[in-house]
Design a protein around this ligand. Structure first.
Ligand code: SF4
Length: 444
């Protein structure tokens, strides 16, 4: 095997795992190519959070195997953990299967394939070595850093605790060393990752995410820090204070609610009520009024009545999220909710989702329109995909901002942009000042 291509499905954790995979494959002497057709090895880094992506991955294996049977397919990620050895039966082209807890062993898997074996490596090893120096970072503006792996929450709909294992926090010192190395490479923004990131506890000192954020926010050369994903029940006052007080912690927070009905939240095993969630939002906004909140919602959880769904809609109009990520409930193997009844029909899920998106898009648009005339400090990520004469970047509240190039700035610069137009999912405007190196504004 000489060349490889990595395809990534799913969340930021998977995107980051793909950086780890690419780093390891380069280390083992394989060269990246730009299409799956040109690769000797195609790595599918998979997601199993819903059934649809799983089906897509299964058909992708079939397609690749048919198109070029000599290509070796390596299946990584959550589908690998879920299906394990059964994936070898899908196609003779599947050369290895590697769960998320075994990603760092991809070099070993490649060597085994070269010796005619078909390894299946799953499960979790809390002592597994983590070498951030081998990560191949794709972005020159944003560096992802894992701070906690796995999840202990066992929400009844979710497969993550089974595919990514129990929570394991990295020592604060190790996270800081990685962040310092990213900042030394000139990367301006760090995104701290974890499925339940605010359950973080340093295994050596017991430090919380709030303390970790403070330490990361003060690393020299780093302009911005963000973190994802927070569980409402672990959101303490110390974290609220850090958000409000640290000028370079993003004014953006992803806080999944999943449902606005207490009955459904109980069945989901979310361990908070609607009122507790709303009270938390009030406390966060009291400390950081301009924070941009986003959330996740599951529509059509078993037994969700019209009244339950109306409760969810009421929360959306009450909180006014900048962005809502909503999906129809999809039963996952091993999870308790897969046995819950009554199931909600796909028709009902679709019509509820349509109702939800028409309201959440209207709210997103209204919130974005309120920003017209304001000045955003935008970190340039790259050229706009729609117009090569324009840049695309993100403001300090995570909103996407597009604007025409002036010729004086480049990727990785921070510029001040006057917002002139707003859509539901992005803003656009004009640069009002040249590249700014220290764009920090106070939160709130
Ligand atoms: S908190 Fe719940 S939804 Fe989130 S990863 Fe853990 S089990 Fe899944």
């Amino acid at each position: 095997m000489k060349t490889f291509f990595v395809e990534t499905w799913g969340c930021q954790m998977n995107q980051h795992d793909s950086e780890l995979i690419e780093g390891q494959l380069r280390l083992h002497g394989l060269a990246p190519v730009t299409t799956a057709e040109d690769a000797d090895l195609v790595v599918l880094n998979t997601c199993s959070v819903r059934d649809k992506p799983v089906q897509k991955i299964i058909s992708r294996i079939g397609f690749l195997a048919k198109q070029k049977p000599e290509t070796i397919i390596g299946v990584c990620g959550c589908v690998a953990e879920q299906e394990a050895g059964a994936l070898l039966d899908r196609s003779a082209s599947v050369g290895f299967v590697l769960g998320p807890g075994q990603t760092a062993r991809i070099g070993e898997a490649v060597r085994a394939v070269e010796q005619g074996k078909r390894p299946v490596l799953t499960g979790f090893d809390a002592e597994a070595e983590y070498n951030f120096h081998t990560i191949f970072r794709k972005s020159t503006t944003r560096g992802m850093v894992t701070v906690i792996e796995g999840c202990n929450e066992f929400c009844t709909f979710c497969i993550v605790p089974y595919t990514r294992g129990r929570e394991v926090s990295r020592p604060l010192g190790a996270v800081l060393a990685e962040v310092r190395s990213i900042a030394a490479d000139g990367i301006k923004e760090v995104e701290l990752l974890g499925q339940t990131i605010n359950a973080y506890r340093c295994p050596e000192t017991g430090a919380t995410l709030a303390r970790l954020l403070e330490a990361v926010a003060s690393v020299d050369g780093l302009l911005r820090v963000r973190f994802i994903t927070s569980h409402p029940r672990h959101f303490g006052q110390d974290l609220i204070d850090v958000l409000a007080e640290n000028r370079n912690v993003f004014r953006y927070l992803h806080l999944p609610i999943q449902s606005g009905s207490d009955a459904i939240l109980r069945k989901m095993h979310r361990k908070y009520t609607r009122d507790e969630y709303l009270a938390l939002v009030d406390r966060i906004r009291a400390a950081t009024p301009k924070i941009n909140l986003s959330t996740d919602v599951i529509v059509g959880f078993p037994g969700e009545s019209d009244a339950d769904f109306d409760d969810t809609m009421r929360v959306l109009t009450q909180v006014r999220f900048g962005q809502v990520y909503a999906f129809g409930y999809s039963p996952r193997p091993k999870t308790p909710a897969a046995r819950y009844r009554p199931e909600i029909s796909e028709e009902v899920k679709t019509s509820r989702l349509q109702r939800l998106f028409s309201v959440s898009n209207r709210i997103s648009l209204e919130l974005n329109q309120e920003l017209v005339g304001e000045v955003a400090q935008v970190l340039i990520d790259g050229e706009s995909r729609r117009n090569p004469e324009h840049w695309q970047g993100r403001g300090e509240d995570n909103r996407v901002v597009n604007f025409p190039k002036s010729g004086r700035e480049d990727v990785g610069d921070v510029v001040e942009v006057e917002i002139q137009r707003a859509g539901p999912h992005s803003l656009s405007g004009e640069i009002i000042a040249g590249a700014v190196r220290l764009p920090i504004v106070s939160a709130g």
